[in-house]
Design a protein. Sequence first.
Length: 67
Amino acid sequence: MDITHGLWSACHGGQRQAAEFFLQRGGDVNRVGYDQLAPLDAARRTGADDLVTWLRDHDAKSTSELS
């Protein structure tokens, strides 16, 4: 499995511990994935506010900020 895909999926599922795992292994917090969402957008969509804050602390941006 691609590390960045794992990070995106963890964010989509609101799983901070898994997101940390994938980020530590080189996952890209700003790569746009499914539904044209960055990991930050995916975490927001699931209502994972603590994960959104954590992502922001790691320089994550929303898709609109990456354009």
